[in-house]
Design a protein around this ligand. Structure first.
Ligand code: NAG
Ligand code: NAG
Ligand code: NAG
Ligand code: NAG
Length: 718
C-alpha cells in the first residue's frame, strides 16, 4: 500500500532527478531471426520512446517494426472504444507471412508498454505455454461485459482477454485476423475477444490467455498484485499474486500513471545507487527492535551497495543483533560490528562509523538510531535523490508532537517550536526544510565527511556535557552547514524508548501506552478490524456466546511466557489472599494481572479493544470504561486442576481468550454452557469468547486430558 502512495507523489516530485538516458545492451538475440516485433504508433510520444528504449536495453530494438508511424491515427478515440485500425495495419503487415507457420509475431501497444526481458526469454516462455497464440489477460471484461459468461471457466488467474499484447505464429495470427471484417474505428479488443470466444477457432489455433502473467502483466486493477523489487542494483517487477516475474508490462486503462512511475525504475531506468555506509546505533534498550531491523532489511536499496556499521551497547539486544547478522549479514557488502563488550561510547562509535565510510569509498553515510522505524522502504533511496549535504526524513512519534527535528532553537541552545513546526509535522506543508537540529536518522554526503573543516563532530569543544546529538547539530550550525528534513513523503515513525523496562519478561508487551502504534502492529490480530465491517456477522458458537479474533499468536505466546516466568500460580483452594474477602467460591489455578504488573494495561485493553466488540453484539449496553476487578490467566492441566465445575460469573459479561492450541499444546478442555448444552472446544489462540456472566450462561470448564491449557479471563462490569 505504502509504495502506491509514494510512487504517485514521486512522479511529481522527483522525475527531474532521474537518469533515463542510460542504455545498455544486454544480449544479442541473433538466434531469434524468426521473430518479428510489431507495434502501432502514430506519433513518437514519450511513451513510444520509452517502449523503444526498453527494447534497446534488452537488445532487440532492431527487431521492432512500428506500424502507422507519422500517419494520421484512424482508430477512433481509444479512451472509449476503437483501435480496429491497429488490426487493419497488422493484417497488412502480416500478409507476406500468411503461410509462415514458424515465424513468431510479438504484438504490443507501445505508448503504455515496457519490455522487461530479452527476446529470448519472451519467446521461450511463449513456446513453453503450448499455445500457438497467447493473449495477455486482465481482471476486467472489456468493452462488452456481457461476454464474461462466454469465457471458459478457469480456477485461478486473470480471466479476460486484453489485446494490448499477444504473441503467435504468423500463419495462425493471420488467419484469425480474417475472422471478420473490422472497421478502423471498431474496437480491437472486442474483435479479438470474439475470436477467442469462438471455440472452434480457439481450439484450431490453440489460442490461450496468459492467466498468470507468465509473459504479460496488465496493470489495470492489478496494481496490488505487483511489487517493484531490486536485485543486483536493478529493478524488476514481481507479481506476488501468481509468484511470477512478468516480461512485458502494460499500463492499460487508468493504470498508465502507475506504469509511468514504475517506468522510472524498470528496464534499468534507474541504477544510480551510490555506495552507502549505514551506521546503525543501538545505544539504549529500545522497544520493537525486531521491527526496526526488519525495516532496515527491507530498504529497497541494493544490499551489494550497502555496508553496515552496527553499534550495540546493550546486552539485552545482543541476541536480536546476532540473529540479524547471521540471517542477513552475507547479503550486504560488508558488516562491521561493535558489541557491548567493546565498551565504546556512542560519540566515539559515530566517529568510527564515518571513518569506516571514508575507508570504503562510500558516497554517503546514513546514520540511523534504533528508535527510527523506516516504514517507507524507499527512504534511503529518496534521501539520496535529494542530493543535499545533510538530509533527514521526517519521523515522529505517532499521536504525539515529538519528532526528529527542531523548527528553531531558543537562546539557550535548546528546543523551541517554530511557527511552521505543527504544519510540517502534520504534513500540512510538505517540502524539504532547512532546520537547526536533526537527530536519529540522516544521510550525510561523503564530501562533508571527507573534509576536515566540515566533518561532523559529536563532541563540542567548548561545551563539555552537551549530548552527542546536540553537539552534532550545534557544530553544524556554527559552521553554517545546512541540515534538511524532508516530509515530501511519509517515511516512518519514532519509537519511544523512554520508560522501556527490560526487567519485565517480554517488555514490549508492556509498551501499550508508550508505543501503542507499534504495540498494535505487533500484537493485535490481523483480522481484528474485520469484526467491525458492515457486512460482518459475528460468529456465535452457542446462544449469546460470541467469538472474535483479538490478539495474534505472538501475543498469546509472550503472555504465557510472562505468566510462567512469574510462576506463582494460586493453589486452587477457596482461600485467596489476593481477594478482598479472602475467599474464592470457584477457585482456579491462576495468576492475576496485577501480580505481573499488567492490570493497568489490561483495563486499557478492555476499554480500547474489547468494549467496541461488546457494543457490536450486546446492543444498547454502554459502559465506558469497562470495570473489572478480576483479570487473570488460568492454567488447566491433568495433574493440577484439569477442569472447573459449573458456575456463574460475577460479571455482566465475561471474556475468555484462548492462549494456546488445542490438539497441539493440550487435549480436551473448552467451555460448556449447560442451559444450551453447547460446548466450545475448538478454541483458537488469540480468539476471545464473550458471554453474559449470570443466570443464562451457567458454564463449566471441560477437562483437559493432556498437556497444559491456558486461558485469559476477565469478569467485566461485575
Ligand atoms: C500526433 O501528433 C499530431 C500532430 O502533432 C496530433 O494532431 C495528433 O493528435 C497526435 N496523435 C496522437 C495519437 O497523439
Ligand atoms: C554526494 O555528493 C556528490 C557531489 O555532489 C554526488 O555526486 C553524490 O551523488 C552524493 N552522494 C550521495 C550519497 O548523495
Ligand atoms: C501537539 O501540539 C498541539 C499544538 O500546540 C497541541 O494542541 C496538542 O495537544 C499537542 N499534542 C500532544 C499529543 O501533545
Ligand atoms: C484473516 O482473514 C483472512 C480472510 O478473511 C484469512 O484468509 C486469514 O487466514 C486470516 N488471518 C489469520 C491470521 O487468521
Amino acid at each position: 500500500m505504502i509504495w502506491k502512495c509514494w510512487i504517485l507523489l514521486f512522479i511529481i516530485i522527483f522525475t527531474g532527478l532521474i537518469d533515463n538516458t542510460r542504455q545498455e545492451k544486454q544480449d544479442d538475440d541473433d538466434d531469434q531471426a524468426d521473430v518479428l516485433v510489431l507495434t502501432v504508433a502514430s506519433n513518437e510520444t514519450d511513451g513510444y520512446k520509452r517502449y523503444i528504449r526498453s527494447a534497446k536495453i534488452y537488445g532487440f530494438a532492431n527487431k521492432i517494426t512500428t506500424l502507422g508511424l507519422n500517419q494520421p491515427w484512424k482508430g477512433g478515440n481509444m479512451l472509449t472504444q476503437g483501435g480496429g485500425y491497429k488490426i487493419n495495419l497488422l493484417k497488412k503487415a502480416l500478409k507476406p507471412y500468411q503461410n509462415d507457420d514458424e515465424k513468431i509475431i510479438i504484438f504490443t501497444d507501445s505508448y503504455d508498454v515496457i519490455f522487461l526481458a530479452s527476446l529470448n526469454e519472451i519467446v521461450n516462455r511463449f513456446k513453453a505455454s503450448g499455445g500457438r497464440i497467447i493473449f495477455s489477460a486482465e481482471k476486467y471484461c472489456w468493452p462488452d461485459k456481457s461476454l464474461s459468461n462466454k469465457y471458459p471457466t478457469i480456477i485461478r488467474g486473470e480471466p479476460y482477454l486484453n489485446s494490448g499484447g499477444f504473441i503467435g505464429y504468423a500463419s495462425d495470427l493471420y488467419e484469425i485476423l480474417q475472422y471478420s471484417s473490422v472497421k478502423d474505428t471498431d474496437d480491437d479488443q472486442l474483435f479479438y475477444t470474439k475470436a477467442y470466444l469462438d471455440k472452434e477457432l480457439r481450439e484450431k489455433h490453440k489460442i490461450k490467455l496468459d492467466h498468470h502473467a507468465e509473459i504479460f502483466q496488465n496493470l489495470n486493477g492489478a496494481v496490488g498484485d505487483v511489487e517493484l523489487r531490486f536485485k543486483d542494483n536493478k529493478a524488476y517487477l514481481q507479481n506476488t499474486l501468481y509468484d511470477r516475474v512478468p516480461l512485458i508490462v502494460h499500463g492499460n486503462g487508468p493504470s498508465k500513471i502507475i506504469l509511468n512511475s514504475l517506468g522510472n525504475y524498470l528496464a534499468n531506468a534507474w541504477k544510480t545507487y551510490p555506495p552507502i555506509v549505514m551506521g546503525i546505533f543501538v545505544d539504549r534498550p529500545t522497544p520493537f527492535i525486531e521491527e526496526f531491523f526488519d525495516k532496515i532489511y527491507k530498504q529497497a536499496y541494493p544490499k551489494s551497495r550497502l555496508r553496515l556499521f552496527i553499534y550495540n551497547s546493550e546486552e539485552f539486544h545482543e541476541k536480536i543483533v546476532e540473529e540479524f547478522i547471521k540471517k542477513h549479514g552475507s547479503e550486504y557488502k560488508n558488516i562491521k560490528q561493535i558489541m557491548p563488550k567493546n565498551d565504546i561510547p556512542i560519540s566515539t562509535a559515530r566517529n568510527l562509523a564515518m571513518d569506516y565510510c571514508l575507508q570504503n569509498e562510500c558516497s554517503g553515510y546514513f546514520s540511523i538510531d534504533s528508535v527510527a522505524h523506516l516504514e517507507n522502504e524507499y527512504t534511503l533511496k529518496l534521501l539520496v535523490e535529494q542530493q543535499r549535504g545533510i538530509v533527514a526524513p521526517l519521523l515522529k512519534r505517532p499521536g504525539n508532537n515529538w519528532s526528529n527535528f527542531w523548527g528553531t532553537i531558543a537562546n539557550d541552545g535548546y528546543y523551541a517550536r517554530s511557527t511552521d513546526y505543527m504544519d510540517i509535522i502534520e504534513n500540512k506543508r510538505r517540502g524539504l526544510w532547512n532546520v537547526p537540529y536533526i537527530n536519529n536518522c540522516y544521510l550525510i554526503n561523503v564530501t562533508i565527511i571527507g573534509n576536515i573543516e566540515t566533518r561532523p563532530k559529536y563532541k563540542h569543544a567548548d561545551i563539555d556535557d552537551l549530548d552527542p546529538d546536540m553537539a552534532f547539530a550545534a557544530i553544524n550550525r556554527d559552521r553554517n552547514i545546512f541540515m534538511y528534513v524532508s516530509n515530501r513523503l511519509k517515511f516512518g515513525h519514532l519509537v519511544n524508548a523512554d520508560d522501556y523496562n527490560i526487567k519485565y519478561t517480554n517488555p514490549d508487551m508492556y509498551e501499550l501506552f508508550n508505543n501503542k502504534f507499534d504495540w498494535e502492529k505487533r500484537y493485535i490480530h490481523v483480522n481484528y478490524s474485520q469484526s467491525f465491517q458492515q457486512n460482518n456477522t459475528p460468529i456465535q458458537p452457542c446462544t449469546d456466546v460470541y467469538w472474535f479474533p483479538i490478539f495474534n499468536t505472538r501475543f498469546t505466546k509472550e503472555f504465557i511466557e510472562i505468566m510462567e516466568a512469574f510462576g506463582q500460580w494460586s493453589d486452587g483452594s477457596n482461600s485467596d489472599k489476593r481477594l478482598q474477602g479472602g475467599y474464592e467460591n470457584v477457585p482456579t489455578r491462576d495468576i492475576h494481572m496485577n501480580q505481573v504488573y499488567y492490570e493497568k494495561h489490561w483495563l486499557y485493553i478492555l476499554k480500547e479493544y474489547v468494549r467496541p466488540l461488546q457494543e457490536l453484539v450486546f446492543l444498547g449496553y454502554f459502559h465506558d470504561p469497562p470495570r473489572s476487578l478480576m483479570n487473570f490467566v488460568v492454567r488447566y492441566k491433568p495433574d493440577e486442576q484439569p477442569s472447573l465445575r459449573p458456575h456463574h460469573d460475577s460479571s455482566t459479561y465475561t471474556i475468555n481468550i484462548a492462549l494456546n492450541q488445542v490438539g497441539v499444546d493440550y487435549e480436551g478442555g473448552g467451555c460448556r454452557f449447560l442451559r444450551y448444552d453447547c460446548a466450545v472446544t475448538d478454541t483458537k489462540p488469540g480468539w476471545m469468547l464473550m458471554h453474559p456472566g449470570r443466570l443464562t450462561h451457567y458454564h463449566e470448564g471441560l477437562k483437559v486430558t493432556r498437556g497444559t491449557r491456558y486461558i485469559m479471563i476477565s469478569f467485566v462490569d461485575p
